[in-house]
Ligand binder design. Sequence first.
Ligand code: TXA
Ligand code: MG
Length: 336
Amino acid sequence: MENYFNFKKQINEIELNKIAAQIKNGKLVLFPTETVYGIGTNGLDAEAVKRIYQIKGRNFKNPINLLVSSMEMVEMVAQDITDLEYQLMETFFPGPFTLILKKKSCVPAIVTATSNTVGVRMPNHEIARKLIAYAGVPIAAPSANISGKLSGTNLEDILADFSDKVDFMIDGGSCHLGIESTIVKVIDGIPHILRPGAVTSEQIKQISGQVIVESSNLPSHDLKHYQLGVPSILISGKNEEKTITKIKEIAKNYDFPILLTFSENQNQYHTIHVMDIGSKNNLEEISKNIFTKLRQAEKLKPDIIIIEGVEKKGLGLAIMNRLLNVCNHHCIEMES
Ligand code: TXA
Ligand code: MG
């Protein structure tokens, strides 16, 4: 594949510079960030951004965020930024944090789905940061997945969907965090979390004193939930014994159930095909693994995927938000 660049061990600066120049000219690139892979192009080029919508099969009502590499670039695309918004950016940039700001007129209407706001994020990933900086323009980049599918957290998972549709693919290995950024919009001086992520509500509250979690208020919310090719169900609860019994009971009704569960619980299920999503005491590990494990499970064509949930606290809130979406809210919460 001549459009494939392997920067897993080391970035080839000359090649990255060449790709960045092409991105500025409206070419499309798959590239890693610390959250998930993005599919990006020059965010100020309406025609190029249109291609991203088409390739993803994305609804034009669903706006796309801009990735930046500096505060100057934030100010290139956003205006009337308040002190609290600056404070949030100073604290959480670069990182898994997207802030919805009032847009400037240079941002094409197609990027923001005609709204007067624009989502801005400064990724904390060397390849992504350099790509943006070398391009010298903000990069419009949604998650690299066909609309309605799970975000890609390594290049192998998305190669088949995109290899003949994008101009460049940069392989940076697995994404460190594995789920998409926290999205925040400040409304009347209070940060509202529109999508939970690795920057938690607790962390945001430390800056602003107040925070409102409204995890289902994105423009994309009414459009689509993630779709797996097979049915799935989420089981969660504090009482582990009860949860395990319930999982066994559900699994009995299927010929080929697959269970995504914690490392510690692998031995509890002798007759069920289990997959390890990480230690129950390590939410970072679970978040990093979850999308790719779901994809692996789906490929085995089970008649159901059963997923053991985590507590909706800290990073657990973001993990459960994605899992509920995957299961289309088909969830059993066990009483303790
Ligand atoms: O971690 C991430 O945020 C990844 C990486 C690639 O940066 N990107 C990502 O993009 O998840 P995407 O397009 O898959 O999700 C962005 C979400 C969408 O649900 C979109 O509706 C919302 O952000 N969004 C974008 N612009 C917005 C705006 N102006 N107001 C409200 N929501 C917005
Ligand atoms: Mg997405």
